[in-house]
Design a protein around this ligand. Structure first.
Ligand code: DAH
Length: 344
């Protein structure tokens, strides 16, 4: 009969104890724990067989076994804490903060090149005495077409590949509807001298056309406005935007909302008018559409074409940005590639 209080009896569990203390990893510790305390362990087996002992022995043996179990459990917990501390120490040693490393400079953003161009154009218009106005990107057919002298049957309406929305709405195909809104807002007062910049939409998608693009519109209405006012204003704008040597020329054209109408060319900013690849050797770049406001349009805006007249013009902001920055693919602007955008 063994005496559980002797050193030999305590050594009965030496193997379990040593395995726990020798565990070098959490996995080894778990294996040692299973071996010492698991359902297949000698300890569990000994506890199970307590019932086979006579009552007096059973009590004593039970006390010993329970004490051994508590002791082994404590030993496992202790070992787990040691392993955890060792792992933390190793990790901290590897991640040691190196005060001599150079810092990481935060990236400071800047305006998108199209926004920079927009702000530059807005600046020029403000200096010329124009007021900046805006209109909704979701428009009605009336503002986008009818009021601009493009009735439903008008062929020019088909040239605008329009995104139609429910309930007679559409995504505006140009900024020209802002002309009507600005005249209405002015309520008959003179002069009307406004510029509108904003996004416009067409069902186009190729290297020179995107479904979303930005336009700028200019409108002046007053007594006795004529082509000379238009040309003088455009000339001033061209010099402000493209430089002090820029010249312009007007070619006869057609727009439903102007009469007469003109396509406006600016001397090529790349070659200064000498002729190059960008201007296809002509020395000129076609940049905007313009003309004297059609009587129907003045009337739609609440003005009497017998009393007042006006001029209007419109152009693409990305196109201006391309010329200013020497970019040959419109799509680059909206691909959101930081390597491209960070150059401006
Ligand atoms: N709205 C025209 C377009 O998007 C551009 C335009 C041409 C605007 C002539 C004007 C204008 O104000 O007078 O194609």
């Amino acid at each position: 009969m063994e005496d559980s209080s002797t050193p030999e009896a305590r050594d009965e569990w030496a193997a379990e104890r040593e395995a726990i203390l020798a565990a070098g990893t959490p996995e080894e510790l778990e294996r040692a724990r299973t071996r010492a305390l698991g359902r297949q362990s000698r300890l569990t087996e000994a506890l199970r067989r307590l019932g086979e002992l006579p009552l007096a022995e059973r009590r004593e043996r039970g006390r010993v076994l329970n004490r051994v179990r508590a002791e082994l459990e404590a030993l496992v917990a202790e070992r787990a804490a040691v392993l955890k501390a060792q792992a933390t120490a190793r990790r901290l040693a590897a991640e040691r903060l190196d005060m001599t490393l150079p810092g990481r400079r935060p990236r400071i953003g800047h305006w998108h090149p199209v926004t920079q161009t927009r702000r530059r154009l807005e600046d020029v218009m403000l200096r010329l005495g124009f007021t900046l106005v805006s209109g909704p990107e979701i428009e009605t057919e009336w503002y986008n077409f009818d009021a601009l002298n493009m009735p439903a049957s008008h062929p020019a309406r088909e040239m605008h590949d329009t995104f139609f929305l429910p309930a007679g709405r559409l995504l505006r195909t140009h900024t020209s509807p802002v002309q009507i809104r600005a005249m209405q807002a002015a309520g008959g007062r003179l002069p009307v001298r406004v510029a509108a910049l904003g996004f416009t939409y067409r069902r186009d998608d190729d290297p020179t056309h995107l479904p979303q693009f930005m336009q700028m519109e200019g409108l002046v209405v007053d007594h006795g406005i004529g082509m000379a006012d238009l040309k003088g204003t455009l000339w001033a704008i061209a010099r402000e935007v493209f430089g002090p040597h820029a010249e312009i020329r007007l070619r006869p054209s057609f727009f439903p909302f102007t009469e007469p109408s003109a396509e406006v060319d600016v001397t090529c900013a790349v070659c200064g008018g000498a002729g190059c690849r960008v201007c296809k050797q002509t020395g000129w770049l076609e940049v905007l559409g313009a003309g004297l406001v059609h009587p129907h349009v003045l009337r739609a805006g609440g003005y009497d074409p017998e009393v007042v007249s006006g001029f209007a013009f419109g152009w693409g902001v990305e196109r201006v940005a391309m010329l200013l920055y020497g970019i040959d693919d419109l799509r680059l602007f909206y691909q959101n590639d930081w390597r491209f955008l960070s150059q401006f």
